[in-house]
Design a protein around this ligand. Structure first.
Ligand SMILES: Nc1ncnc2c1ncn2[C@@H]1O[C@H](COP(=O)(O)OP(=O)(O)OP(=O)(O)O)[C@@H](O)[C@H]1O
Length: 322
């Protein structure tokens, strides 16, 4: 397990940031972290980075315990905050040099000068490659950069040391579509190389595309944490049946009796429903009903996630099949 959060609680006075939040992220996992505004994603991440002190609960990253080894956690993680705040008058190049120098000196004190020199050389090259791929002008003062370019600077700084864990808080805000594609490529490369990635986002299509697991946060707690495939496989079908006018009521009764349909709605001779059962049961039902016409569609993964955002946990569990 690369990241393990146990019953984390953080309050801001009366306001709950997170409450008893637990999360496990396996090694090498590309973990999505989604939830509506104010759900507690940034609070969790800020606790993980030691920027906030939790009221209770513990966590570990790569086996390093938050109470004993916060410095080792920070050394192992690449963190991209949702808003990048750096020295406005200093260029990205100077920030890169500073970040490398701090890590180099830390490595020198533990592993010796040769390891530090090797790190420095490699990190400088990595920073150069990242800046080039993201088309970032590293010479301009940070304060003179647009929001998107500031984000690019943050990406370079979070990845230049090729950390085993990346924690990204709404990373694509401000990036134009072309740069986003490059950024996704970079993440996929890191993922393939074995990096564990915690990816907080509002953009569900991004999460669906990139992540292999998704944790859904609501009102300060994780209410589901499943493989994307789980949501795909368990997704319900939307079914519309156009019946013969004189048989609508009887057909609707058959639908209800199946026990596999919910949200059954009748509009004149059309029955609409959400189907949860096996395809074979649906075809059997169709044979009994013998509709004049029908459609079967799949709701997008996005609409399934939206149920978790808006509906009760029970209904979400029903839809997600958990
Ligand atoms: N510094 C703060 N002072 C008071 N309340 C705060 C503070 N930071 C966050 N909160 C509150 O804690 C709760 C969780 O906020 P948090 O920023 O962690 O959510 P989030 O999921 O990251 O939201 P968003 O997607 O909007 O960024 C919210 O109710 C928020 O208003």
């Amino acid at each position: 397990m690369s990241i393990e959060v146990r019953e984390l609680t953080k309050k801001y006075g009366e306001i709950t940031g997170v409450e008893q939040l637990s999360l496990k992220v396996g090694t090498g996992q590309f973990q999505g972290f989604i939830g509506p505004n104010g759900a507690g994603k940034s609070t969790t991440i800020r606790c993980l980075m030691g920027l906030l002190t939790p009221d209770s609960g513990t966590f570990s990253i790569l086996g390093f315990d938050d109470k004993k080894a916060m410095a080792s956690i920070k050394a192992s993680v690449g963190y991209l905050p949702s808003e990048i705040r750096l020295y406005r008058k200093l260029s990205t190049q100077v920030h890169i040099a500073l970040a490398i120098a701090i890590r180099r000196d830390a490595i020198a004190s533990v592993q010796g000068k040769a390891a530090a020199a090797a790190f420095e050389k490699h990190a400088e090259q990595t920073a150069k490659t990242l800046s080039k791929r993201l088309s970032l002008d590293v010479q301009r003062p940070f304060g003179a950069l647009s929001f998107g370019n500031q984000k690019k600077a943050g990406i370079v700084l979070s990845m230049l040391h090729e950390p085993p864990v990346l924690i990204l808080d709404e990373p694509t805000g401000g990036l134009d579509p072309l740069v986003q594609e490059t950024f996704f490529e970079l993440l996929k490369e890191r993922h393939t190389a074995g990096t564990t990635i915690l990816y907080s986002s509002h953009i569900l299509s991004e999460v669906e595309r990139l992540c292999d697991k998704v944790a859904i946060v609501k009102s300060g707690s994780v209410i589901a944490n499943e493989a994307i495939e789980h949501f795909r496989q368990k997704r319900l079908k939307r079914v519309m049946l156009k019946c013969h006018e004189d048989r609508v009521t009887a057909c609707a009764a058959m639908v209800e009796q199946s026990g596999e349909a919910s949200r059954v709605r009748i509009d004149r001779n059309v029955i609409q429903m959400d189907w949860h059962g096996l395809p074979s049961k649906l075809t059997a039902l169709m044979t009994s009903i013998n509709p004049k016409d029908f459609t079967v569609t799949e709701p997008s993964l996005e609409s399934i996630f939206m149920h978790y955002y808006h509906d009760s946990a029970d209904e979400a569990a029903e839809i997600g099949g958990i």
